[in-house]
Design a protein around this ligand. Structure first.
Ligand code: ZN
Length: 263
């Protein structure tokens, strides 16, 4: 046997083993959904930035004719956001997430924040630290909005277009700042009170009372809310509802400085 033959034989053996292990894994491991956000964040940010002109991309639902409902989740991203995203992904449902800047900053490597955008949901501003904006000075309101806008843009490449004021606390000064920052004010007409009653069946029932064009207020920082989602989707689906993002509900990006509570 020549000197080079042994390493060559070992290499061939190693390749065989690798191939058979890979084959074995292929047949026994269930296929996981592809999550580019977890694979290469930098590439995703670039891709999202290039799509920004069309973001949030509308799937062209005509909510003037369809029964549409916009589910909105506030105060995250938090520890229940990932299971919620899994649920929505499995059911092919899109929603809107109003994120708190401090929570985005605490989201390791922006993984959840990027996932929200990468999986087709709309992302909106819910201030930096969740104060009642109407009690703040003009400069403080501006800082609360801009800091969150800038961080989300840095992580995802996307500039947010919609905003929800914490506690619904708003006034003319807040609206003026929203207009300046290029944000529409999104309120709601269905309150599930999911922060008060941590009972999944009750949360699902209250969300089920949505009317065509409703915007439903939910919070993805509560386990009970995420647990309520399957029943909520079942109830609304049986009634013929299509789940849309806020921008899809209106068929276009809501206008800066304008207030929306339902379609
Ligand atoms: Zn909130």
């Amino acid at each position: 046997m020549r000197v080079w033959a042994l390493p060559l034989a070992l290499l061939a053996l190693a390749l065989c083993v690798t191939y058979s292990v890979a084959r074995h894994q292929q047949t026994t491991t269930p296929v996981a959904p592809i999550r580019p956000a977890l694979v290469n964040p930098e590439a995703l940010a670039k891709r999202l930035a290039s799509m920004q002109a069309g973001w949030p991309r509308s799937r062209n639902f005509d909510c003037a004719k369809l029964k549409c409902v916009a589910l909105t989740f506030d105060d995250g991203p938090g520890e229940y956001t990932a299971p919620l995203l899994d649920l929505l992904h499995k059911r092919d449902v899109r929603a809107t997430f109003f994120v708190i800047g401090q929570m985005v900053a605490a989201d390791k490597d922006g993984r959840l924040t990027r996932r929200i955008v990468a999986e087709g949901h709309e992302i909106g501003n819910h201030s930096w630290s969740h104060p009642a904006l109407a009690t703040l000075s003009r400069e403080e309101i501006e800082r609360q909005l801009k800091r969150t806008d800038d961080l989300v843009e840095k992580l995802t490449g996307v500039r947010m277009r919609v905003m929800r004021p914490p506690y619904g606390s708003t006034d003319d000064r807040v609206v003026t700042e929203l207009h300046r920052e290029g944000l529409a004010q999104i309120l709601w007409n269905v309150d599930t009170l999911d922060w008060l009653n941590r009972v999944p069946a009750l949360v699902a029932k209250r969300a089920g009372a949505a009317k065509p064009g409703s915007i439903v207020l939910l919070h993805d920082i509560h386990r009970s809310t995420v647990e309520a989602v399957p029943a909520m989707l079942d109830t609304l689906e049986k009634k013929g509802y299509t789940f849309v993002t806020v921008s899809e509900l209106y068929g276009r990006t809501p206008a800066p400085g304008r207030t929306y509570t339902e379609r």
